[in-house]
Write a new protein. Structure first.
Length: 58
């Protein structure tokens, strides 16, 4: 089953949705998006742990 993480679930006013087969795939896509579109220089373990809790099955 596909997994998703929405920027809006993280508290950002953005329509991006990271999708993947695994949590790690979703987190990788979310990290790339955060760096590119939200000017986050470093995605820390703290970010990843908080985002991991928000990943849902599609």
């Amino acid at each position: 089953m596909e997994k998703v993480l929405k920027c809006k679930d993280v508290g950002v006013n953005c329509d991006f949705i990271a999708r993947g087969k695994t949590e790690e795939e979703v987190l990788k896509k979310a990290s790339e998006h955060a760096k590119k579109d939200h000017d986050i220089d470093e995605v820390t373990e703290e970010y990843l742990n908080s985002w991991r809790k928000l990943i849902r099955n599609a």
